[in-house]
Design a protein around this ligand. Structure first.
Ligand code: NAP
Length: 279
């Protein structure tokens, strides 16, 4: 029978661990403060920002909110980030993505001080990940590794296939799996014979951004399947990149959507907030 990887439960455990760490640090006089910047009023971003602030409250991290108008000039946003970089009370900075089209996302990410880069998207954080140095890790990929470890799934020596090569999910997930001594293949939209490649995977990570894309014929019998995708179907129900109902019978373990990778992202963000406060 397939093991259902319970991201909700594991994320709750991590948040409780972070809560203890925050309390200990407070005892040593260290206060953690996350500045959250949202540009515009995109409903999905508003929900994400609200959930991040709630998690901060739960673990005992102070959060500061900056809600900027959709039309804010790029220079104004960059000036705010620079001011927060200089503010020693602020230990972490998060700019909710995506940003409106007139703002250069890469420039925004590069402006955040690497020491306060709790999303782990700054080129310095990415570089450290690449060369195996300790640094702030991107939250969703770090959450995938944590899910595997805490579910007792061995990664070392396994054949892993990551479908997707985005800077925020696919690429860092592949690097982290490599760091755990897996043999990693990264597939993308130009990959030929995708099914043949994914069917080799002992651990298959789907970060395609296409609802129910990974069907049973992409999966090897007994594989572990990690679904990063989040979508709403025609009936407004959440679903992932994996056709869960038809794939699960073939797997040894699988993450559901919702309740799999999703809750881990915020839990790992809380962990990064603690790590950043130590810098
Ligand atoms: P993305 O930037 O759109 O990247 C999608 C990747 O999939 C690209 O590398 C693309 O290849 C590849 N791809 C697209 N069609 C393909 C095909 N037919 N065959 C093989 N590869 C294909 O998406 P993302 O930001 O990485 O996110 C992926 C999914 O995860 C989305 O559903 C997103 O909502 C979700 N997500 C969830 C969380 C969470 O907390 N759970 C966090 C972030 C993202 P090319 O590079 O060649 O275009």
């Amino acid at each position: 029978m397939s093991q259902l990887i319970d991201g909700k439960k594991i994320a709750a455990q991590i948040k409780d661990e972070v809560k203890c760490d925050v309390e200990k640090l407070r005892g040593q006089g260290i206060r953690i403060c996350l500045a959250v910047i949202q540009v515009g009023k995109d409903p999905a971003s508003t929900v994400y920002v609200r959930n991040k602030k709630r998690a901060c409250e739960y673990v005992g991290i102070e959060s500061l909110s900056y809600e900027l108008d959709e039309t804010v000039a790029e220079e104004e946003l960059l000036a705010l980030i620079e001011e927060l970089n200089r503010n020693s009370k602020v230990t972490g900075i998060l700019v909710q993505l995506p940003l409106p089209g007139h703002i250069d996302e890469k420039k925004v990410i590069r402006t955040i001080s690497p020491d306060k880069d709790v999303d782990g998207f700054h080129p310095e954080s990415t570089g450290k990940l690449c060369i195996g140095e300790k640094g702030l890790l991107p939250c969703t990929p770090a959450g995938i590794i944590e899910l595997l470890k805490r579910s007792g799934i061995q990664v070392g020596g396994k054949e892993c296939v990551v479908v997707g090569r985005s800077n925020i999910v696919g690429k860092p997930a592949a690097l982290l799996l490599l760091r755990e001594n897996a043999t990693v293949t990264v597939a993308h939209s130009r990959t030929k014979d995708l099914k043949e490649i994914t069917r080799r995977a002992d651990i298959l990570v789907a970060a395609v951004g296409k609802p129910l894309f990974i069907t049973a014929d992409y999966v090897k019998e007994g594989a572990v399947v990690i679904d990063v995708g989040i979508h709403r179907d025609e009936e407004n129900h959440l679903c992932g990149d994996v056709d869960f109902e038809n794939v699960k019978g073939k797997t040894s373990a699988i993450t559901p959507v919702p309740g799999g990778v999703g809750p881990m992202t915020i839990a790992m963000l809380m962990r990064n907030c603690v790590a950043a406060s130590q810098k």
